[in-house]
Ligand binder design. Structure first.
Ligand SMILES: NC(=O)c1ccc[n+]([C@@H]2O[C@H](COP(=O)([O-])OP(=O)(O)OC[C@H]3O[C@@H](n4cnc5c(N)ncnc54)[C@H](OP(=O)(O)O)[C@@H]3O)[C@@H](O)[C@H]2O)c1
Length: 245
């Protein structure tokens, strides 16, 4: 059965690997990518290659709404969705190691990208995703967002923003189960993957545990193809193992 893939936060290194895999899949009719950034390969707004289409957004509510209107012609045919946005550090902030490092500005910035933006998409995508075809939506979370698995502490903003995202996914899944029975929402932990997000922390990763984006994208697409369509939220890692909420 042919399908469209929708990749939000498409500049993510893992997203880029997934886009390439969908692009080479003959069953994939098109890859709809959403990002702040104009990909250098794009020739004109809306077209990167025959198969990959780019929608620009600044992730404001109005911009997300406008993109969803532009996605309306694909409604019911988008069956693979990845929401990849995530922020851990930038030039002016690093994950907090102790209470004295807590700043309102950091909490707000991290929550905005990791929690608010994905939730705005879950809210506004509902009519685009309602339909008959089994549809999987993977929202990129992180194992450190597990409340019950938090043994190391630290990384306050990032942990809490992903824990809050997980709660929003759980809560949305209950409403999607009523209003879009064809959709499975799940929170996805990619494992430590070689991307700009993990760069400053890669030295402490044991040998063989730093994944390539290509590997993680392959794993995620396999999970999407096989995940039970049970109308329940799940929290899954790259190896298709459940993580405790
Ligand atoms: N890499 C890892 O080891 C690892 C581990 C656990 C979880 N994760 C999660 O996996 C996801 C993908 O991460 P990655 O490693 O591929 O990171 P990446 O290459 O650094 O990609 C960053 C992503 O975050 C978005 N983003 C960054 N700043 C933003 C802002 N100010 N406003 C809106 N969007 C913003 C980008 O969207 P645009 O396309 O719009 O630029 C892009 O989707 C993230 O949610 C991350 O938390 C990664």
């Amino acid at each position: 059965m042919s399908f469209y893939a929708l990749i939000i936060g498409a500049s993510s290194t893992i997203a880029q690997a997934a886009i390439k895999q969908f692009e080479s899949n003959p069953l994939c009719s098109g890859v709809l990518t959403v990002s702040r950034r104009h990909p250098s390969s794009a020739e004109s707004d809306g077209a990167m290659s025959n198969k990959v289409h780019w929608f620009e957004t600044d992730y404001s509510e109005s911009s997300i709404s406008e993109v969803c209107q532009r996605l309306a012609p694909y409604a019911g045919n988008i069956t693979k969705v990845m929401i990849c946005n995530g922020l851990l550090h930038n030039d002016s902030m690093m994950p907090e190691r102790k209470l004295e490092e807590i700043r309102a500005s950091q909490l707000e910035a991290i929550f905005h990208v990791n929690t608010v933006i994905p939730m705005l998409w879950l809210s506004q995508l509902l009519p685009v995703l309602q339909g008959k075809l089994p549809t999987q939506v993977a929202l990129f979370s992180a194992r450190v967002g597990s409340i019950s698995d938090n043994k190391a502490g630290g990384w306050y903003s990032y942990r809490a923003s992903k824990a809050a995202l997980n709660m929003l996914i759980q809560t949305s899944a209950i409403e999607y189960a009523r209003r879009a029975k064809n959709v499975k929402l799940f929170s996805f932990h990619p494992g430590t993957t070689d991307t700009p997000l993990s760069k400053p922390f890669q030295r402490s990763v044991p040998d063989g545990k730093l994944f390539t984006p290509e590997y993680v994208a392959t794993q995620l697409i396999d999970i999407m193809d096989t995940v039970p369509m049970d109308n329940k939220a799940a929290f899954l890692d790259w190896n298709n193992q459940s993580i405790t909420w």
